[in-house]
Write a protein that binds this ligand. Sequence first.
Ligand code: NAD
Length: 480
Amino acid sequence: MQHLKNYINGELIVPVSASYLDNYCPSTGKVYSHIPDSDERDVELAYAAAKSAFESWSLTPKEKRSQYLLRIAALIEKNLDRLALAESTDNGKPLKLAKTIDIPRAAANFHFYGTAILHHASTAHSMEGTAINYTLHQPVGVAGCISPWNLPLYLFSWKIAPALAAGCTVVAKPSEITPMTAFLLSEICIEAGLPAGVLNIVHGLGAKVGNAIVSHKDIPLISFTGGTATGKHIASVAAPMFKKLSLELGGKNPNIIFADCDYEKMLSTTMLSSFANQGQICLCGSRIFVERKIYDKFRTDFVKKTKALVIGDPLNEKTKIGAVVSKPHMEKILSYLELAKKEGGAILCGGKQVHLSGEFADGYFLEPAVVEGLSFDCRTNQEEIFGPVVTITPFDTEEEALMMANSTMYGLASILWTQDLTRAHRMANNIHAGIVWINCWLLRDLRTPFGGVKASGVGREGGFEALDFFTEPKNVCIKL
Ligand code: NAD
């Protein structure tokens, strides 16, 4: 069985502890590889490599840094099938999704930042004959990047690519639940000839490796994507050390549907925004609010379509719902369905574990669930479940929809369906969320800032903002 290795100072090496964690395949429930159980000693080695590579990498002309990133992007594209298979096996998601979204987006991230850095301008202000004041953007140093399991390579590269482009060197930790594509990325970086120490990938647990990165006194910047509770803990460690911090956290996103929407388009997109990746996308719309005039029709059609979703082998092209990521996560989702019932909700469909046959008999498969009859402020409607579970709730007025949409502690994304342009703009202005999708979902130009408000995060990733995050602006004022 394969033992993954850490990628430190340009080499694949075993963890200092020489001990390993089991890596489970969610669709079979079986251990299929082993992950380094690294600790602070491995982080120290990674830091030392990143530190010694920093001076030369930060002084490498951006055209050259760009070439490395574009080479990595090209190699990800070349290895699309292999990476997609690894991601599907590791995460349980349908292979088709990995092939069409996750892996192409990971390549796009390297491509985007490999080209964006070439156009990252400094500003200069002329003080009318008195002085010229200009701003330099200097890479911060060794960046700590920590990512979650739901879109493993896509979110890992979303941090690493801008950090490297900006001239930082990196100590990165992928989720211990889905380490495989990060391991394959280390092989790709070696093939791309990335100089030793520029990127270091340390595998292992959040409490050991993650914590050692966050609390490292010489890592001045942390870019984290994951749960809100973990983000809160990270902030409590990093803030007193005055680290630069970007936190992309949880969500409980509203999907608000008005009666005047393009119904068929809304229905097919709502199927995706509810259940894509088994509902394990931070941007999924898990609370659906429907104008009462079309509530009954929506309820009937949505439940019918949900029941028809094919659950099964992630490698099968027809599969729409693969396995959820782990046994504890499956149990967490099932416990929320019990809570929904206790809170007075009616499960209109789904909500049970599916026991498939053959090699998938012990896989973590769940029927997608639709729940109705809950108050907007109950726990099921307030807490992030992060699985194939949505609630549906009718509303009568725009004000009521807005009040319910804004009622959670989260503010990551939101979805609006209406043909009324004025209302769409009014609602977009009033919704508390970092992103408002109108008549679409998951559509985004990589140049725009990405992130949430309230408990969904601090700071913005994406676009030129990410290059700004990994650099420190220095103001220079020269007297004429
Ligand atoms: P998680 O917070 O459990 O883990 C995320 C990462 O943090 C993992 O690599 C983990 O090992 C590490 N970690 C855990 N404890 C740590 C600690 N004490 N110090 C440092 N690192 C630590 O999250 P998860 O379960 O992997 O991911 C799911 C969550 O991520 C959901 O809440 C989801 O909404 C969120 N998410 C947010 C976005 C976004 O862009 N806002 C994107 C994807 C996922």
